[in-house]
Design a protein around this ligand. Sequence first.
Ligand SMILES: [Zn+2]
Length: 181
Amino acid sequence: MAASSKKKTLNDKELSTRLDKLVQTVQRAEGCFIRDGQWVAVCRTCGRVAPITGKDSIQGGHYIPRGCRCTRWLAANVHPQCNRCNGFLNGNYLMYARWMQKHLPEENERLLDLFEKHKKGEAPKLSVIEKRALYNRWLLKGRKLEEMTGLQLFNDPSHNTSEADSKIQKKPQKQHFAFIY
Ligand SMILES: [Zn+2]
């Protein structure tokens, strides 16, 4: 419980909210490329191509449902999905499973194992320190994506990456989660 005396340290809930946004924003752009002057990505479950920003942008679709905390922020668990697959088709799960098996077979196994553990109540839990470290790693990814695309993806100034970098220099004890990120 190293409660920081410095200004604002993100609490557990804030970290989760920000992680959600970061992971989805970064992962929806996975494999993005320029088409007709726009950054686009391919829906993993139907092949549709959609812009990574804007109103009808592609989304970060979870393979294992978000309710499973131990897989919620794993890059392997979130990939670009069009709003039809992610929303109307509820994740288009069968096609998602097929895509995972074909393209990420090892990660697929790991994710399913973690999901099983989650259902039995045996899933590893992230400590707040681990979560902070994770948050920082995702912030860096977000910044790299912004640099690459020239887009401002995180309008919320609280996502300003410089803030978190200086804050979390502790080495995480990442025995459970290091392998996938
Ligand atoms: Zn789709």
